[in-house]
Design a protein around this ligand. Structure first.
Ligand code: HEC
Ligand code: HEC
Length: 245
């Protein structure tokens, strides 16, 4: 009886937590938030500008097929997404596909300057737009995989993502205020990195934080997780490029 009551309470807590997911910017210090909003004081804008230049560069440029980069407005809000061949692609993966299949060039490589720049420039065109990833149909199995990863206790500390990002959001940990763990601000300029970095780089930092195996950038597990994080952020604004301490 008591156990059943406890289970019901937990269930209620779960629903309340889900309704409680707040934009990442709400957890930033007022100073960082103001700086994130102001391109003239945001070091990440160097990457945005470099990405816009890359977009138009070369004979078979991105622009030659897509037109001006403003045509990318709203795209980042829909990623990760399942491609026609059934693969789950995040924005980085989608750009790499065009790089290899449409431009016939060698891939840029995850976390490379050109890929980070193009990703930042494209994501910036969705700034302020609500996240709206597809979660049904072909995306459903990936979403489930991401959810399972999110809910599994991991590492020597034996912690699931939600034990920090749901149960302890708003509390301080090693100088940070714990957010709801969304990917909406990525790629982000992190002062600790002294550079722009991808969401998967941030996920590796959380894996390390609980002393779990750090998976590789672009791994299927992190891709599925990225989709689940995007589903949690559904309706919340894209903040990329974010600014983090
Ligand atoms: C030769 C033409 C061509 C070039 C060059 C090209 N693309 Fe594409 N791109 C496409 C096509 C076609 C699609 C749609 C593919 C699909 O839906 O399967 C696409 C899709 C995309 C998408 C996803 C759009 C969406 O609405 O989901 C992004 C982002 C993108 N390209 C970025 C780039 C970038 C960045 C470059 C330059 C590095 C580039 N593309 C170069 C043809 C091109
Ligand atoms: C021990 C607590 C802890 C655990 C467990 C943890 N994280 Fe984090 N995570 C943090 C802290 C602290 C930060 C930095 C502050 C912030 O942005 O929340 C962070 C940041 C993040 C961010 C960046 C948010 C932003 O806007 O910059 C994401 C995304 C994230 N975590 C996802 C995850 C995922 C997914 C897992 C599970 C695989 C996970 N975290 C596990 C503590 C944790």
């Amino acid at each position: 009886m008591i156990r059943r009551a406890a289970a019901a309470l937990l269930l209620l807590a779960g629903v309340a937590a889900a309704a409680d997911i707040r934009p990442s910017r709400d957890f930033l210090s007022p100073e960082l938030r103001a700086q994130q909003d102001d391109p003239s004081r945001h070091p990440g804008w160097l990457w945005v500008e470099e990405g816009e230049a890359l977009w138009a560069r070369g004979a078979r440029s991105c622009q030659s097929c897509h037109g001006g980069i403003e045509s990318m407005a709203g795209v980042a809000a829909r990623y990760p997404a399942v491609a026609t061949d059934g693969a789950l692609l995040n924005l980085e993966g989608r750009i790499e596909r065009c790089r290899t299949e449409q431009q016939g060039e060698a891939p840029f490589g995850y976390e490379s300057e050109p890929l980070l720049s193009l990703t930042a420039a494209i994501a910036q065109r969705s700034r302020g737009m609500p996240m709206s990833v597809a979660t049904d149909g072909a995306a459903a199995p990936f979403l489930e995989r991401g959810r399972a990863f999110y809910e599994t206790r991991q590492g020597q500390l034996n912690l699931a993502c939600g034990q920090c990002h749901d149960d302890n959001a708003g509390r301080r940990l090693r100088g940070d205020v714990i957010s709801n763990g969304l990917g909406t601000g990525y790629p982000a300029y992190r002062l600790e990195w002294n550079t722009l970095g991808s969401l998967h780089r941030r996920l590796r930092a959380c894996s390390l934080g609980v002393r779990a195996t750090q998976l590789s950038l672009g791994s299927p597990e992190y891709l599925a997780l990225e989709l689940y994080l995007a589903a949690r952020a559904q309706g919340l604004p894209v903040e990329a490029p974010g600014l983090r301490r």
